[in-house]
Design a protein around this ligand. Structure first.
Ligand SMILES: [Fe+2]
Ligand SMILES: [Fe+2]
Length: 356
């Protein structure tokens, strides 16, 4: 029997004071959104039948590939004076790699649920019919994403982690905000932009066939989601005043900083019997190059997309200056919508071949 305490931990609620918006204007006036909606309808896939769940997965091997890069970032800390991981040997580092990959995939699963809630919110609050239609398809996409990550963790890796406090803080903040564009900015541009970059890195390093295919399918959906965010906000942000844009810049930067902190994996360290605070301390001291490179690369989609929205240079370039301070401004011209769309087509072709 589940106790009340367990139930309390299972359910988490966020209050918001919002307006559900009807529009009586049914005209299909936003051509790019119409196209994206059509694309979304024909790009649906079925997690139960399009992926081969009979594949045997060796968690240790997946861990070495996926968690391996992460382990390198942390191994660099072992040398430091007073490091809490000084005594770690091969056995411990293998375990770190496995736990790291479980922790990473668990956070993606929770993030996907955040996306599910945010896009349901967008259906309700966005004032444009074309955006409501499109967002409805995204709700289905996100349900499928939660489904695949949860199933992979459950059936193939066997261990899930609770949501990370930083990620929870970001999702709560997005969902508490009554402004419709903030759900877009927080989720579609920031969280999904980072997820797309992270999925890309994972997709590149893993050779596990089920995970690889799953990531590719998820990424093809995510590329469309980021495009939806950019298309919608580009139009809306043109109408906003400098002061209103500044609020959006500050919001975007706060989310960016929180996203950076999210990758310290405190839950994983707790499970390894290491005080996460001690890890943060050494991490700040050593600041390993592998860690810097990893954290920087996570911004490779966020920065160019903020630029497309006009957010870098609004209100005297406030956000440009902040991104420069945290060392990620060099991504501003990494425009890769073309590459993302090429991938969409790849998945479509894949499915045609499979059904032929
Ligand atoms: Fe997703
Ligand atoms: Fe998404």
């Amino acid at each position: 029997m589940t106790s009340t305490a367990d139930k309390l931990e299972t359910i988490h609620s966020v209050s918001a004071n919002l307006e559900a918006i009807f529009t009586w204007d049914y005209e299909r006036s936003r051509e790019p959104l119409v196209k994206l909606y059509e694309k979304a309808k024909t790009s649906q896939w079925n997690a139960s039948t399009d992926l081969d769940w009979s594949i045997d997965v060796d968690p240790e091997r997946v861990g070495q590939e996926l968690g391996g890069g992460g382990t390198l970032r942390f191994q660099a800390l072992a040398e430091a004076e007073g490091s809490p991981v000084r005594h770690f040997g091969d056995k411990e580092w293998t375990q770190v790699a496995v736990e790291l990959q479980n922790s990473l995939l668990s956070q993606f699963m929770h993030g996907e649920q955040g996306a599910l809630l945010c896009t349901a919110r967008i259906v309700e609050t966005v004032p444009w019919i074309d955006a409501k239609y499109y967002a409805a398809t995204q709700v289905m996409d996100e349900a499928r994403h939660v489904e695949v990550f949860a199933r992979y963790l459950d059936e193939k890796l066997g261990r899930q982690y609770r949501i990370n406090d930083n990620l929870k803080g970001i999702l709560d903040e997005i969902l508490r905000d009554p402004r419709w564009d903030i759900a877009y900015l927080g989720m579609q541009i920031m969280v999904e932009g980072l997820a797309l970059a992270a999925f890309g890195m994972m997709h590149q390093v893993t050779t596990e066939p089920l995970l690889k295919k799953m990531l590719r399918y998820v990424m093809s959906d995510e590329a469309r989601h980021v495009a939806f965010g950019v298309l919608s906000l580009q139009e809306y942000y043109k109408e906003l005043s400098d002061a209103e844009l500044r609020e959006r810049q500050e919001f975007a930067f706060e989310v960016a900083q929180r996203l950076q902190r999210r990758f310290a994996h405190s839950e994983m360290w707790e499970r390894m019997g290491v005080d996460p605070q001690a890890i943060y301390r050494v991490m700040d001291e050593v600041n390993p190059p592998a860690q810097q490179a990893f954290q920087t690369l996570l911004f490779s989609k966020i920065v160019p997309n903020c630029k497309k929205l006009g957010l870098l240079d609004a209100s005297g370039g406030w956000l440009r200056d902040r991104f420069a301070e945290i060392g990620v401004i060099q991504f501003e011209d990494w425009v890769d919508t073309g590459e993302e769309y090429a991938m969409l087509d790849e998945v479509a072709k894949d499915r045609e071949t499979a059904s032929a």
